[in-house]
Design a protein around this ligand. Structure first.
Ligand code: ZN
Length: 325
């Protein structure tokens, strides 16, 4: 394989920080794909013309997006599968059976690998259970979040990602609820057999969306002891306030000083959930240079952008990573 396995790359190069791509869902939207639907940014892949017509407009847009993120300096990129759980797809699209689902997700992963080539790293992304019901930014999982069968929800996607060699890493993104976090952390190597990370959805006041503190999360992870899945490679934050993100990462680092971290915040624009619009840069008091420096100080090994970050943002991330590593 052209790529060193990620744990080896990080272990052999203690200062290596990988530049991640940006917010694909919102970038695809910027490039003209309508993503407002229950499977969000996975929608273009559901259309047969995406696969049958290699010059289809949507296919060109996704290829161009990967290309521009790589030109900006991204070394690790994500599949566009945030809202591609079996439940979401089977309830909202013509993909109704497990074989059809496996076929679609395999095609998406293999297509993404073709787009990025063999020397870049590829993450199979998985949105939280809450993405299915749109509550990843409230963390409100109803009266009994502890009774939700998270494994049943994630299993089809996990089984496909575990066994596809085109993927280097599995990414659980935007996890807002501590019961979901505990469920993921309880899964051993038979369920998560590939390196994985968990990206937390953290409120700008510094606690998980459901109110759990970073210190409590540190205790949960330390409490796993030797039950901790060796494939848990990184923990971090994503889709969080740009401006608050360095402080949040600092508190995570304090709670877990030896844990490799990752950070990919939003662009600094703020989403108005009522009007359904993004308000320009009201949250961006810092520059990428400043936040990236601080992430690296706190042990970040993967840094990129989430919603509304574009190749221009990733170019700034990349420049800062070069400067500070
Ligand atoms: Zn996001």
């Amino acid at each position: 394989m052209v790529r060193l396995p990620l744990h080896e790359l990080f272990f052999k190069n203690p200062h290596k920080v990988l530049v991640l791509d940006g917010g694909q869902g919102t970038e695809m939207e910027n490039r003209g794909i309508k993503v407002a639907n229950p499977v969000w940014s996975t929608i273009p892949f559901v259309d047969r013309s995406f696969w049958e017509d290699k010059s289809s407009a949507h296919r060109r847009i996704v290829e161009g997006m990967f290309d521009d993120f790589m030109k900006a300096g991204a070394e690790i990129l994500m599949t566009v599968t945030y809202q591609a759980s079996f439940k979401s797809l089977s309830e909202n699209t013509p993909i109704k059976t497990l074989p059809a689902y496996t076929n679609l997700l395999t095609k998406i992963v293999d297509f993404s690998r073709e787009c990025i080539g063999e020397d870049k790293y590829l993450i199979g992304t998985i949105g939280p259970w809450g993405a299915h019901v749109c509550c990843e930014f409230t963390g409100n999982y109803g009266p009994h979040p502890e009774s939700i069968n998270y494994y049943e929800y994630f299993r089809p996607q996990l089984e496909i990602f575990n066994t596809n060699d085109n993927l280097d890493l599995i990414g659980f993104e935007t996890i807002p609820n501590v019961h979901e976090l505990k469920a993921i952390l309880s899964w051993d190597e038979s369920i998560l057999s590939k390196p994985f990370y968990i990206g937390l959805s953290v409120h700008e006041n510094g606690v998980l969306r459901d109110g759990t503190t970073m210190e409590q999360i540190g205790d949960i992870i330390k409490g796993l002891g030797n039950r901790r899945n060796p494939n848990l490679l990184l923990l971090g934050i994503n889709c969080v306030s740009f401006n608050e993100s360095p402080d949040i990462l600092e508190s995570l680092h304090r709670a877990l000083p030896d844990m490799p971290l990752l950070a990919y915040p939003n662009s600094g624009e703020v989403y108005d959930t009522e009007k359904k619009i993004w308000n320009a840069n009201s949250d961006k008091l810092n520059s990428w240079d400043t936040v990236v420096k601080r992430y690296i100080d706190y042990g970040a090994r993967i840094i990129g952008g989430c919603c509304r970050t574009s190749p221009a943002d990733i170019a700034e991330v990349s420049a800062a990573v070069k400067k500070y590593t």
